[in-house]
Design a protein around this ligand. Structure first.
Ligand SMILES: Nc1ncnc2c1ncn2[C@@H]1O[C@H](COP(=O)(O)OP(=O)(O)OP(=O)(O)O)[C@@H](O)[C@H]1O
Ligand SMILES: [Mg+2]
Length: 261
């Protein structure tokens, strides 16, 4: 089943066209890596998909439901709810410093559940469920022992794993990562990539902006190569990474050592 369809996304900042008619689609359980040179528009694309940035033109559908269509007036209504289709993990982890690892994970759901009409009557039961789901997520990212730790007591890699668990807590249709490891040293990068790889093995639907070519190649089901706001390559990794490579792709990959490919 097609989870995400993005059609003809265009975005300019002032006179600079940053995304130029970008289209892509994602099947349920697939992971898509977005690669490309710095400034090529990867983060902007992810932000447009998540409605953190308003696209100039384009259409986004999730599970066949049109969430936004620049040609349909009023389709920007209710973006806050529409955003819930997407989970987000950024390069810098953005955890709430005043809350423990577990609280960082459970907080958003606790706030949402309070809006339910039945909250008053079922408070204990609902909060207990959220807590036990939060503990299960911490276990999934290998951090059960750190449930009561505050962000400053965690390594960068651990913080990022909490951020991943937090993004998963709202059960998004699509989990989006923007360079989740680029603030980490190689050892910590490995532990975060292992978590993302295990999510891919569980068929979590994901979009990952990454400079880790080896990871994109091995883990992603599909790869988009974005350069100067346009999709220059789009396909399974074997197609995108194996010769014959386009001249632009060759030039891009030449910046990586063999070890990193
Ligand atoms: N809010 C903004 N206002 C103006 N220009 C912006 C804004 N955000 C991004 N840009 C420009 O859009 C272009 C694409 O930026 P973007 O951050 O999407 O690139 P990227 O592919 O994510 O790069 P990197 O690999 O360095 O993260 C760049 O030229 C950038 O300067
Ligand atoms: Mg970026």
């Amino acid at each position: 089943m097609t989870i995400l369809e993005a059609h003809n996304i265009t975005k300019s900042f002032g006179s600079a066209k940053v995304l130029n008619r970008v289209s892509l689609s994602l099947e349920e359980g697939e992971s898509l890596a977005i690669i490309g040179p710095s400034g090529g528009g990867k983060s902007t694309l992810l932000r447009c998909l998540n409605f953190l940035e308003r696209m100039d033109t384009g259409r986004i559908s999730v599970r066949g439901e049109v969430l936004y269509d620049s040609e349909v007036p009023g389709s920007e209504d209710g973006l806050r709810e529409k955003r819930l289709h997407f989970g987000l993990v950024f390069q810098s982890f953005h955890l709430f410093p005043q809350y423990t690892a577990l609280k960082n994970i459970t907080l958003a759901r606790e706030l949402l559940v309070k809006k339910q009409p039945s909250y008053k009557d079922r408070k204990t039961e609902l909060l207990e469920q959220i807590r036990s789901d939060g503990l299960a997520l911490l276990e999934q990212v290998g951090l059960s022992a750190k449930k009561d730790a505050y962000p400053h007591e965690l390594s960068g890699g651990q913080q990022q794993r909490v951020a991943i668990a937090r993004a998963l807590a709202l059960n998004p249709d699509i989990l989006c990562f923007d360079e989740p490891t680029s603030a980490l040293d190689p050892e910590l990068t490995g532990e975060v990539l292992r978590v993302i790889r295990s999510l891919a093995e569980k068929n979590t639907t994901m979009i990952i902006v990454t400079h880790e070519m080896q990871f994109a190649r091995q883990v992603a089901d599909k790869v988009v190569f974005l350069d100067d706001g346009a999709v220059l390559e789009y396909g399974v990794p074997q197609e995108v990474f194996e010769p014959p490579l386009s001249e632009r792709m060759q030039r891009f990959l030449s910046h990586y050592t063999d070890q990193n490919l």
